[in-house]
Write a new protein. Structure first.
Ligand code: ZN
Length: 314
C-alpha cells in the first residue's frame, strides 16, 4: 500500500455534442494531444475521446463522450463546474491572442489566490480556465498546435459547485486525503498527494441553481490512486462509510470505481499504473479506433455506428 492513496486529479470527463467540433477545439485550439480514440464502454455507439500531454499522463487527461444532438446542460450546484488548465506564468498574452484569432470569447484576466486566469467556454458551453502560474514544472507536449513554451501543462484545478461545503470537504480531507490550503470567502481550495498544479480541488459554495447534466457539463471527475491494492483499500473504506461504490471496472487504460460524493458529484478513483501505451505505440496514440477486447467481435458494426472524424485542419 502506498503512503498517498490519492495522488491528485486523474482525469475529467464531460459530455459534448459533435465529436468533430470537440476535436477541433481541444486539439486544434487548446493544442492538446488526442491520446486515445475509443468508445464509451457502456454505450459503444458513442466515442470516448481522451486528450492530454504526449502520453496522456495522469493529471492531464480531459475526456469526452460526444453525443451528437445532446441537449445542453446547465451549470449549477451538485456539479464539477470549472475545469482549469495550467499554463506558464508569462503565457496569458499568447493565449488571449490565440482565443481571439479563433473567435473564442474570454473573460478579462482575473486574480485568485496567487494566480491569474482567464475563463471561457468550449464549443458546447463547458467552462474552462487557463491559469498562469510559475509553480508547474511538468513538461508540455512538444508536437501540438501550440508552441511548447506556451502549451498547457495539464490540469491546474477543478471547481466543485455545492450548496454547502462541510460534507464534501469532510470526504476530501478524510478518506480522500486532501488538505485545505487556501480559502477566500465561499471558495475553499484543497490539494492532495505531492500538492500543487493538478491536485487542487476547489469548492465554491452558495445558493446557486441546481446543475443539470447535459452537453457542456462535466459527467464525473476521477482521482488518481497508485495501483489496484490502494484502490481496493479506498473502496473498502468508502463502503464502511456507507457510500454506494461500484465494483472495480476495467477501463482498459486504468481500473475504476465510482461513487457519488455528498453534494451529488460523481467521483471516480482510477489507477495510475496502466496508461495509454497499453494498446498503441507511443508515436501512434489516438490514430486508430481502439476497442477493448470484448468489443472486437463487433468492430465492423461499431465503426459503422460512429460519426466519421478527422484530425483538425486549422
Ligand atoms: Zn472516468
Amino acid at each position: 500500500m502506498s503512503n498517498n492513496l490519492i495522488t491528485g486529479i486523474h482525469h475529467i470527463t464531460a459530455l459534448a455534442d459533435d465529436p468533430q467540433k470537440n476535436i477541433d477545439f481541444y486539439v486544434g485550439i487548446l493544442g492538446l494531444r488526442l491520446v486515445k480514440k475509443t468508445v464509451n464502454f457502456d454505450s459503444p455507439d458513442v466515442y470516448h475521446l481522451y486528450y492530454g500531454d504526449d502520453m496522456g499522463s495522469v493529471g492531464t487527461i480531459m475526456t469526452f463522450f460526444p453525443f451528437k444532438g445532446i441537449a445542453r446542460g446547465r451549470h449549477g450546484t451538485g456539479q464539477a463546474t470549472v475545469s482549469s488548465f495550467s499554463i506558464p506564468e508569462n503565457s496569458l498574452g499568447y493565449w488571449i491572442e490565440r482565443l481571439k484569432k479563433y473567435g473564442v470569447r474570454h473573460s478579462e484576466p482575473q486574480q485568485r489566490f496567487d494566480e491569474v486566469f482567464i475563463s471561457f467556454y468550449d464549443q458546447d458551453g463547458l467552462k474552462i480556465e487557463l491559469v498562469a502560474n510559475a509553480k508547474d514544472t511538468r513538461p508540455a507536449w512538444t508536437n501540438g498546435f501550440v508552441p511548447e513554451e506556451h502549451a498547457i501543462r495539464g490540469f491546474y484545478s477543478l471547481t466543485l459547485t455545492e450548496t454547502g461545503y462541510e460534507k464534501t470537504a469532510g470526504l476530501l480531507t478524510s478518506t480522500l486525503q486532501h488538505r485545505l490550503v487556501s480559502e477566500q470567502g465561499n471558495y475553499f481550495r484543497y490539494e492532495s498527494g505531492a500538492g500543487g498544479a493538478g491536485t487542487y480541488i476547489d469548492i465554491a459554495w452558495g445558493n446557486e441553481t441546481r446543475g443539470l447534466q447535459g452537453g457542456g457539463t462535466v459527467h464525473h471527475i476521477a482521482f488518481g490512486t497508485p495501483n489496484d491494492t490502494d484502490q481496493v483499500k479506498l473502496r473498502e473504506t468508502l463502503l464502511d462509510l456507507n457510500y454506494q461504490v461500484s465494483p472495480v471496472m476495467d477501463r482498459q487504460y486504468f481500473h475504476s470505481i465510482y461513487f457519488r460524493e455528498p453534494g451529488n458529484v460523481l467521483f471516480e478513483v482510477a489507477t495510475n499504473d496502466i496508461g495509454f501505451a497499453i494498446d498503441e505505440a507511443k508515436d501512434k496514440l489516438g490514430e486508430s479506433l481502439k476497442l477493448p477486447q470484448w468489443y472486437e467481435a463487433q468492430r465492423e458494426q461499431i465503426e459503422k455506428s460512429l460519426l466519421p472524424i478527422h484530425f483538425p485542419k486549422l
